[in-house]
Design a protein around this ligand. Sequence first.
Ligand SMILES: [Zn+2]
Length: 499
Amino acid sequence: MAGDILLEALGVYSSTGELLGDSVLVRNGSIVRVGVGVNIASARRVRIGGYLLPPLVDAHLHLESTGLARSSVDLSGAKSPEDVGRMLAASPGPVALGRGWNQEEFEDSQRLPTRKVLDHYVPDRPALAVRVCGHMAVANSLLLRMVGFEGLKPGLVDLERGLLFEDAVYRSLEVVRGIFSAKDLVVRASKMLSEAGIWGVSSMACSGSEMSALKSVGDNLAVRVSCYASLSEYRRLAGPIGGVRWGVVGVKLFSDGSLGARTALLRSPYSDDPATSGVELLGAREIERLATEFTARGFRTSIHAIGDKALDNVLEGLEKAVSAGARPEDLRVEHASIAWDEQISRLSRLGVWVVVQPRFRVSDWWVDRRLGPERASRVYPFRTMMSAGARLALSSDSPVEPFDPSETFKAAIGLCNGPACNPSESLSPKDTIKLYTENSALASAGPVAVLSRGLDRESPAVFTASNKDPFNSTRKELQEIKFWGVGLERDWTGLASGF
Ligand SMILES: [Zn+2]
């Protein structure tokens, strides 16, 4: 990148919404100056046509699966198991892969897709249809024969019906991924993310193939990647590894499943299925033991907890791990979807990261049926968490939700409807941007944490641009907000759109 570049915007903002000026001078891929009417005659001027913000960071997504999602068909429109089969059959490629079916959207929600239906529509290649939540799937006979299910907890595989849950889903996806090239998937995903204005990601439950792909192309990707390895991959690592723009910095654990699949662990039974309270994947003692082990080996701990009982287990386990010497800023709770006041106080006192997904407020419109009105009023309590002093970071959980940051931003500030979108729990635009830039970068750690320096001198010259002023627009105007990436950082090949 030879010579100085002067970026001219409608406004340049800090992560806390402070107006810093209208122009940014960039030299050798770093920010040299931010101010009003900066004028350097020799600089190449570039008009942004919008506002400049520090780079957005998605603190929880799945990089390789995001690439894979673009290689699969969208099943969200399916109204029956037969629709799922028909749509899968139309997918191109060596595997019929689809994602997004939801029996709640079927004409008969009691009838799930099965192996037999898939065999009928896709008889000649492996087929997998993942439910919208990612915690449940259905496979055809060909694929079931390719996946080894031995050693799984009982109840996760129903071979007769072809239904798969939790680890059985991940093992099947692993086989499917092996048929695609992980390098292509990671490159495809990172290009789409940087164009959308996301410059750093925590990629959760990284697979071995994703790590190998990062080893070969990680330093040339447009996005910085902090990987949290799956437990099985962690066991194969001698210690944290990485390059300049990517690193395996932690381990991702699961303490329960999802609300959609009724595997999230609740204190009392599901309102629409009193026979179950969900599934405990890890208890408090196990969480304490693992977090303490990861700390001793230089890894951070990230743990998925959706139900309130799962959060009890995670709090107890992490409190003990902190007493044993783990640093709270190295610990993360993912989702914390149902959290009561006393749990929120404990989270805040403990000082661990709480990584939330605002877009779930839009997707979980069925939450009052599943949980009953009292518990449904406690889902996604973002503002209560914020006021209690919890350390929040934002994310999409792509491909579960779209990675498009305008979707996350709008859901966070309450441009959504339905029982999961409680207006009193919405965040202000100012808080949203702070959490989505600085906090999400710090929660991600590793190479992504560099982006938390915002628009300081010497910071890498990566920005997220927006067509609307996120801090000073009406809610109606913010309905139209769009983000995109502006990157002039040195040493990577994929300059973002516009340059
Ligand atoms: Zn996730």
